[in-house]
Each structure stands twice: as structure tokens, then as C-alpha cells.
Design a protein. Structure first.
Length: 222
């Protein structure tokens, strides 16, 4: 992103975010103030920036790319804590424009702003929005709208017999499969899940309450 010729790759303006976020309001106001470069504010006083969100006019701050060395990145990581955000802080120093709670950009577990005024909430650390599927605020903003029936394919010996019985009840709108079942399923898959827990939250965040489990002895409820 910081290459001098980044415009040839991405276009004139770049906005990059992490995936562990909940969008709960319009994001347009984040770009009301002109800037060549802006990042999410750091999560602690010793970290000026956070890599959760970054805006860059292509070609701005090329030193982030041109000065990069592995040795320097290791030293920056020790000083500021982190990877990309640490190297950027090392290269640019403090004083770059940032987004924070006043802009509606918040961090889960750290934010002081009420949920009603947040535009986007990021989840630094181990807890992610998909771990909080029963939080009403997260369900409201993170989950897709309800959209029908989902079939989940496990790997127990009863799998194909279970599938045959399930299909007799009518078609399904999506299928989530274990890696073993995915190799033999003849149709399209919504996703591949590596355990029952993952299958449950994949179904949940995609809006499926009506889930039929095949080839599964035990499961965690969605």
C-alpha cells in the first residue's frame, strides 16, 4: 500500500480495515476531513496508531515502504507493540491524523462511548464478534438477515443416511460441510467448517436459524 506506485495497483485512494469489526453506523463521516493519511488511534498511550483502519492517498508516506528492514521492524515491534502499526509509528513518528471515539471509531472492551453513537467497533485481542453471537447489539449489526434453511455436513458414519433423510424434507438454501464431506458434496458450499463450533457460528452469522445437522453426534448450539 505504501509503494510510490501504489495507485497503479489499488487506485488513487486506499482504505484498509481488519475483518474483526462491527459496523453500526454510516462510515462516510470518517472521510469528511481531508487527509493524505489517517489511521485508527492506538489502544494505549504508548501506541500512537492501530492497524485496524487506515486511509492512504496512494503515494503518500512512501518511506514506510522504502525504509523497511526486518531488523528495524523487530525493533519497532518491541518499542510500540504490534507489527504493521509499530513499523508505521517507527517511520512516521507521532502527529499523524487519527480516528478515535469522537469520530465513532471504537474498540470493544475499551470504548467509553455508548453503543448508540458508534460507527464501527474493532475487536483487538482474542475476543471477536463471532464469539459473541448472543450479544443483542452484535447480532443486530453483525449478522446477516435471516435467509432460510441451512444443512450442515459432519463426518460421522451416519452422514449420508442423514443427508438423504434431510433432503426428503425439501431443498436447503445453503450447505456448510466438514473438510471430509466437502470432498464428496456435489453442489455449492457456503463454507467449510473444521468443527461443530465453527459450523454453528458460520450458520448463525450468515442468518440461518433453521439448521439441520447431518453426520454429527454432538454439537454446540448456534
Amino acid at each position: 500500500m505504501f509503494r510510490p506506485d501504489a495507485a497503479d495497483i489499488f487506485g488513487e485512494e486506499i482504505f484498509c480495515t481488519d475483518l474483526d469489526l462491527v459496523v453500526s453506523g454510516p462510515l462516510d463521516p470518517l472521510f469528511d476531513r481531508p487527509a493524505e493519511f489517517r489511521m485508527a488511534v492506538g489502544t494505549a498511550p504508548g501506541r500512537p496508531y492501530n492497524g485496524s483502519a487506515l486511509y492512504l492517498r496512494a503515494g503518500a508516506r512512501p518511506q514506510v515502504y522504502e525504509k523497511f528492514t526486518v531488523k528495524g521492524a523487530v525493533q519497532a515491534g518491541r518499542r510500540f507493540v504490534g507489527s504493521d502499526q509499530s513499523w508505521i509509528a517507527h517511520c512516521l513518528g507521532r502527529g499523524e491524523q487519527t480516528w478515535g471515539e469522537a469520530d465513532g471509531l471504537c474498540y470493544h472492551g475499551i470504548a467509553r462511548s455508548p453503543e448508540t453513537v458508534r460507527r464501527v467497533t474493532f475487536f483487538p485481542g482474542r475476543e471477536k464478534p463471532w464469539h459473541r453471537r448472543h450479544d443483542p447489539w452484535i447480532v443486530k449489526h453483525y449478522r446477516r438477515a435471516p435467509q432460510g434453511k441451512c444443512l450442515v455436513l459432519g463426518y460421522d458414519d451416519t452422514l449420508w443416511a442423514d443427508v438423504e433423510r434431510a433432503l426428503e424434507a425439501g431443498p436447503y438454501d445453503a450447505v456448510i460441510a466438514s473438510p471430509e464431506a466437502a470432498e464428496h458434496w456435489p453442489g455449492a458450499l457456503l463454507a467449510v467448517a473444521f468443527d461443530n463450533y465453527e459450523a454453528a457460528w458460520l450458520a448463525s452469522i450468515n442468518g440461518f436459524d433453521d439448521v439441520t445437522w447431518c453426520g454429527v453426534k454432538e454439537r454446540k448450539a448456534a
